[in-house]
Design a protein around this ligand. Structure first.
Ligand code: BT5
Length: 320
């Protein structure tokens, strides 16, 4: 349900750059002039730059770097990804939140938070998600594919993120399977979780965390993490989110509808941060030296160990 404040914002977005009178807004939305004024003040507090002039009314000038469902969906060109956006100022983890509402939510629903207090990485690791600094979001997916075909969704997300960043002149790399790297440091991490029966997926939660405006990181990650800001890019979070949704939907639909991974594999190969490099393959019990050879047609990482044995990794962890 769109709140009245959202409807006022939508009205201003539609008329961005020109004044609309308080009277016109109040008539169109069926609310009092006082209510219009109250919502405008509240939008200003959220960070929207709204000019006002007597007798002319209100004009939206800028939207700073605000993550707002209206701002994101206004020019979004997707058919289901991000069509429903739940925004929270602060939450434990967007992955956990979307899981708690997965049963009653539609395919493509997204939860976005301005801050996560218990952001999660893989295998119980943490994800630093400071307020206002990044994109912390999770998508709910309900594909009709076999559970063993789900791990590639992490690569699809990686390819979509790289493609989205390309649109803003940012050339990032993918460190298989779930890291997006910029200038050798981690810009973004992907956490894919699944609820399934033996032969049926109930749902998949695709979490993405991207450092956008972060200036300082905690000591333990300050050497390995970076942000768009630190690398000299000032891009609005809403614009990146929109582009991720659009690129992801295209690549994801190709896969679940047509079993077509061509573009994804091409991107993952071209932008791989590991192919041709000596890496370590990390398992619960050991850390084995290997050479990353290629990414297969279905997104697996092909490696060759010191003893000449080759392996095709479907998921897992590697370090450079
Ligand atoms: C990941 O795990 O890279 C997956 C991160 C997914 C985060 C998103 S945010 C929205 C959604 N909701 C969640 O709760 N999570 C998802 P992994 O490969 O395990 O990497 C975790 C490691 O990355 C940590 O152990 C740190 O070393 C490092 N790290 C933590 N926070 C970071 C950050 N903000 N930027 C770069 N590196 C970070």
């Amino acid at each position: 349900m769109m709140t009245l404040k959202d409807r006022v914002l939508k009205y201003l977005i539609r008329n961005k750059g020109s004044f609309v009178s308080g009277e016109k807004i109040s008539e169109s939305l069926g609310i009092s002039r006082a209510a219009v004024w109250k919502h405008i003040s509240s939008l200003r507090q959220d960070g929207f730059e709204i000019d006002s002039a007597s007798r002319r009314g209100y004009m939206l000038i800028g939207d700073a770097d605000i993550i707002n469902p209206q701002i994101i969906s206004d020019s979004l060109r997707t058919s289901f990804i991000g069509k429903k956006i739940i925004y929270m100022d602060s939450i434990g983890s967007t992955n956990d939140h979307i899981k708690s509402i997965a049963g009653g939510s539609t395919d493509g629903t997204v939860v976005i938070a301005n801050e996560q207090t218990k952001g999660k990485g893989r295998m119980g690791r943490y994800w630093h998600s400071q307020k206002g600094d990044g994109i912390w979001m999770s998508m709910l997916l309900k594909p009709h594919i076999a559970p063993n075909k789900a791990s590639i969704i992490t690569q699809i997300a990686g390819a979509a993120i790289v493609k989205a960043l390309d649109e803003f002149g940012v050339s990032a790399m993918i460190k298989w399977p779930n890291d997006i790297i910029l200038n050798g440091k981690k810009l973004c991490g992907i956490l894919t979780e699944m609820a399934a029966e033996i032969d049926r997926i109930n749902y998949i939660v695709l979490g993405m965390g991207m450092n956008v405006k972060s200036d300082n990181f905690p000591d333990e990650i300050s050497d390995i993490a970076t942000s768009l800001y630190k690398e000299g890019h000032a891009i609005k979070r809403a614009d990146i989110i929109r582009s991720i949704f659009e690129n992801f939907e295209r690549l994801y639909v190709d896969y679940i509808k047509n079993d077509d991974l061509k573009e994804v594999v091409e991107i993952c190969r071209e932008r791989s941060a590991v192919i041709g490099k000596d890496i370590y393959v990390i398992t619960w019990s050991e850390k084995k030296k290997a050479r990353a050879l290629d990414i297969s047609q279905n997104g697996d990482l092909l490696v060759e160990y010191k003893d000449g044995r080759k392996e095709s990794l479907v998921s897992g962890e590697v370090s450079i």
